[in-house]
Design a protein around this ligand. Structure first.
Ligand code: GDP
Length: 465
């Protein structure tokens, strides 16, 4: 699981410039997907070669809370959850504004978390770092780091200190558990626990009753038809006898980590509720991470015909960017349709891992181009010549040609759909990368056979005449 760094602080201390500097902008292709909402609160960061998740808590902002309100009372809901889930907390204060009572209240609350905490004194540009930090030593949270999020000063050394506290890659990253890793994700009450119980069969469930802690997803090894799986349970199956509040049950961080760790994601929707904004956010996370996907619409039992039609229309309209995934309409409660999910997972996995040979890809590219040529850009037709596979999970297809930067999004979608159909890539996102100019075979020395050398000499002699 990727470690989690959580940012806290009062309003206007400059959390968002720090947030963006920790979490590089998303790939353009993803941002272009129609209907996709991006969630600014959770981001992927990478420092050197170490990936992590950044969470920007809204809860401590205290906006509109009125003067004199106890900030610790605001440490509730998702903000508290985000802090509990953090591997390290960066507490941002305003170096120009100086230490405030609000900062002291936050510090007191943070101390009780028992987490590594780093005080970052922002807006310290042009000030001696020791002087900027001095006042905030009084918070009793260790040596403050003077930074300027807007200018990037001091952020590197802050992050070095933070990352030194983070756990190294977790066990499952180092020694992957055998089998296809399947994460079951969805909003609270969509039926994740019910589905997992169904998939496992009742007798398997009790075994996992005591495993893990409430905060972690549980990894459940499972075998079916001679194939191995590891189900990643974000819901905490069987831990639900206790009444917990809804916010506690649903954790975006936990879901993100599960998606990251999975090969295939089963994303659940509730047929009785339709598509919610939170569903869109989840869908965006899955696509952004390039995960193979199976969509499960649950609670299909006893649903009137017109409501069924409504749900289908809703999905087409609001989740058009998930059209690569199979949709299964099931009843986790009664078990209807659940058996087919294993086949769906297997085929999505196979698609995500597929290896396609260069001549095949190039042949299909050429056919696609003949069938429907790319448009003209700057008076010349865009040329697409070769294709090779640059990676899998998700499949990445690298296309070489001229003026490739001008290939319109609609044409890219046409190419993706063609590749998807021909190479059976249903169930996985497909990514394209374009390269202009350089011949991919340049620099590869082609040693000629004796016959070829003789032939070349003959030709050269002939040309000289
Ligand atoms: P989770 O929060 O996603 O793990 O959801 P649960 O599995 O706890 O299910 C939430 C509620 O929905 C429970 O009351 C289930 O009995 C109910 N439920 C789950 N699946 C179905 C289904 O297929 N049909 C119906 N009618 N109810 C279901």
């Amino acid at each position: 699981m990727k470690p989690v760094v959580t940012l806290v602080g009062r309003p206007n201390v400059g959390k968002s410039p720090l947030f963006t500097s920790l979490h590089p902008p998303r790939a353009a292709l993803v941002a272009d997907l129609p209907g996709l909402t991006s969630d600014r609160i959770y981001g992927d960061g990478k420092f050197g070669d170490r990936p992590y998740i950044v969470v920007d808590t809204g809860g401590l902002n205290g906006d509109g809370s009125g003067a004199g309100q106890d900030i610790s009372a605001l440490i509730a809901g998702q903000a508290r959850l985000a802090m509990q889930e953090a591997n390290a907390i960066v507490f941002l204060v305003d170096g120009r504004g100086g230490l405030t009572a609000g900062d002291e209240q936050i510090a007191a609350a943070l101390r009780q978390m028992g987490k590594p905490i780093f005080v970052a004194v922002n807006k310290s540009e042009g000030v001696d770092p020791h002087i900027a930090a001095a006042e905030f030593q009084a918070l009793g949270l260790g040596q403050p780091h003077a930074i300027s999020a807007a200018h990037g000063d001091g952020v590197t050394s802050l992050m070095e200190a933070v990352l030194a506290e983070l756990p190294a890659a977790a066990a499952e990253d180092v020694e992957p558990q055998e089998g296809v890793r399947v994460a079951v994700v969805g909003r609270p009450n969509v039926g994740k626990s019910t589905l997992i119980n169904r998939m496992l069969g009742e007798e398997r469930v009790l075994v996992y009753d005591q495993a893990g802690t409430t905060r972690d997803s549980i990894y459940i090894p499972y075998e079916r038809d001679g194939r191995r799986y590891v189900l990643i349970d974000t819901a905490g199956v069987r831990r639900r006898a206790r009444v917990e509040d809804v916010i506690e049950k649903f954790s975006v961080v936990k879901t993100l980590q599960a998606i990251d760790a999975a090969h295939v994601v089963i994303m659940m929707l509730d047929a009785r509720e339709g598509v919610h904004t939170q569903d869109l956010t989840l869908a965006g996370m899955v696509v952004e991470r390039g995960r193979a996907l199976v969509i499960v619409v649950n609670k299909w039992d006893g649903l009137p015909q017109e409501q069924r039609q409504q749900v289908k229309t809703d999905i087409d309209r609001r989740l058009p960017f998930l059209d690569f995934a199979a949709i299964h309409f099931v009843s986790a409660l009664h078990g209807t349709g659940v058996g087919n999910l294993f086949d769906a997972v297997q085929s999505a996995y196979a698609a995500a891992m597929r290896k396609i040979a260069t001549p095949e890809l190039t042949r299909i590219l050429n056919q696609a181009v003949i069938h429907y040529p790319p448009p003209i850009a700057k008076g010349r037709r865009i040329k697409l010549r070769y294709a090779h596979q640059g990676g899998s999970n998700p499949p990445l297809i690298v296309i070489h040609g001229n003026q490739t930067a001008a290939v319109p999004a609609a044409y890219q979608r046409y190419l993706i759909n063609t590749f998807r159909e021909v190479f059976h890539l249903q169930g996985t996102p497909v990514r394209l990368e374009f390269k202009t100019g350089a011949n991919p075979y340049a620099g590869r020395k082609n040693t000629l056979s004796k016959r070829q050398v003789a032939k070349r000499k003959r030709l050269q002699r002939y040309l000289k005449k």
